[in-house]
Design a protein around this ligand. Structure first.
Ligand code: GLN
Length: 454
């Protein structure tokens, strides 16, 4: 823990942590040492981890990187963090930066300012984004400011930043990790998962984060496998699908090359590669950007200046609500609330929200058909490009930014597990990731395959 706390101090320029908790960390580390000396304690005893600021931590400021939560100190702990720290003995180093309410793909919407990617293009000082929304988690892991970090993924927020920073990120099946105590963005899409340096580390962390929780009604009661045990396991005979529809027009040559390189590695390890079709892929992004804002607008209704964090003045209660929300929410969050309330409003509900839900069912069915035909996992690029520059896509057209999620949103729409593993570099020396999407509750296959590629 001490080595990581020192590294955090040296790397403050990255803006990865929004809160450092050194005293707490040292106390937790001492307790872990005590347990180790007595031969007791959990599987993560003493391991220093960072926590995305979307996870409620009891008595420790939790903001979702939004002004509206101000210095909210939750009186409760999220299930995932309580399993990591209280049950399994890990040490919390602090809270990590993210896009405001996890809305974004570059970590530029945080009220604490952008996070920098520790990677740079060759012979260039240009500052790059770490991806988002779990940009602080990815940057901190890549820069060695923690051994691993918690993250969340609603449309790619674990996998895309992992790809941009050369780290491993796994979004488990919807229902695998409890959402209890995680600030809600889009409840039917949100899932927690780890970002780590290696597939093995990700497997170890996922085992501690996963598991049934009666406090989350969508949490699934299934035994949590020993994920670490499958890392290094043979993938001989596995059938890997390469979806035709992910071969986008204008896809950079280096992404295409990486993709076929990844396929070759899996083939060399004994897997069988087959072309598959996921015909509704092109509707995934537009449908996601209806479903996610719709749920967000509903979830964010609770921030009214009464129950949590910030409160602005007003001459009456309506004015107080309006002023609080105007001051408290950033531009991207306000945009999502407006889109969300619009697509849910009477008269538009059928045309947008209901239609998007139908599309979602079709996307899910595309995957089901593939898996029913014997495919074990699907291999795709994780992102359409390497990390881009700070400010490069955060301009006036939000669609530019949304397009970054093109390969990742499908897994959330279908509730399926997805992993991003570092697989190579672009011409500028920046990391690129490949994604594997699996059958429901089959994170193990993804970890076995990911270990071949990394
Ligand atoms: N970039 C996507 C969005 O802005 C996904 C974010 C996420 O997964 N939390 O909605």
């Amino acid at each position: 823990a001490d080595a990581h706390l020192a590294a955090m101090e040296r790397a403050r320029v990255l803006n990865a942590y929004v809160l450092e908790t050194p005293e707490q960390a040292r106390a937790m580390a001492r307790q872990a040492d005590g347990r180790i000396a007595k031969g007791e304690g959990g599987p993560l005893n003493g391991l220093p981890l960072g926590v995305k600021d979307l996870f409620a931590t009891e008595g420790t400021r939790t903001t979702a990187c939004s002004r509206i939560l101000d210095d909210f100190k939750p009186p409760y702990e999220s299930t995932v963090t309580s399993q990591l720290f209280t049950r399994d003995g890990a040490v919390m180093l602090g809270k990590l930066n993210n896009d405001e309410f996890a809305m974004g793909s570059s970590n530029e919407t945080s009220c604490f300012g952008p996070v920098l990617n520790p990677w740079r293009r060759q012979a260039s000082d240009a500052k790059l984004v770490p991806g988002g929304s779990s940009g602080g988690s990815a940057s901190a892991v890549a820069a060695g400011l923690c051994l691993g970090a918690t993250a969340t993924d609603t449309g790619g927020s674990i996998r895309q930043p992992a790809a941009f920073t050369g780290t491993v990120g796994i979004k488990p099946t919807y229902g695998r990790c409890s959402r209890w105590g995680i600030v809600a963005f889009a409840s039917s899409l949100d899932q927690a998962g780890p970002i780590a340096r290696t597939v093995r580390d990700a497997a170890i962390l996922l085992r501690s984060m996963a598991g049934h929780d009666p406090k989350d009604t969508t949490s699934v009661d299934r035994a949590v496998p020993d994920y670490e045990a499958v890392v290094g396991k043979s993938v001989k005979g596995m059938k890997i699908g390469l979806p035709r529809e992910y071969r986008l027009d204008g896809m950079p040559a280096e992404i295409e090359k990486l993709w076929s390189q990844g396929a070759d590695w899996l083939k060399a390890a004994g897997a069988e590669l087959v072309e598959v079709s996921l015909p509704h892929t092109k509707y995934a992004l537009p449908a996601y950007y209806i479903v996610a804002p719709a749920e967000a607008s509903s979830n964010l209704a609770r921030y009214d200046g009464v129950r949590y964090g910030a409160r602005a003045a007003g001459n009456n209660i309506v004015e107080m609500y309006e002023n609080t929300r105007a001051i408290g929410f950033g531009a991207e969050v306000r945009r999502r609330i407006m889109i969300g309330t619009y697509v849910l409003s009477a008269g538009y509900y059928d045309a947008y929200y209901l239609r998007a839900q139908k599309v979602r069912t079709l996307i899910k069915k595309d995957f089901e058909d593939c898996y029913a035909a014997g495919v074990d996992a699907i291999l795709t690029p994780a992102t359409p490009s390497a990390a881009f520059g700070i400010g490069e896509k955060a301009g006036s057209d939000p669609i530019e930014m949304y397009l970054n999620d093109i390969f990742t949103v499908t897994a959330n729409m279908a509730g399926l597990p997805g992993i991003s593993v570092p697989a190579g570099k672009d011409a500028q020396g920046l990391p690129l990731g490949l994604q594997l999407i699996g059958r429901p509750f089959d994170e193990e296959t993804l970890l076995s395959l990911g270990a071949i590629i990394e």
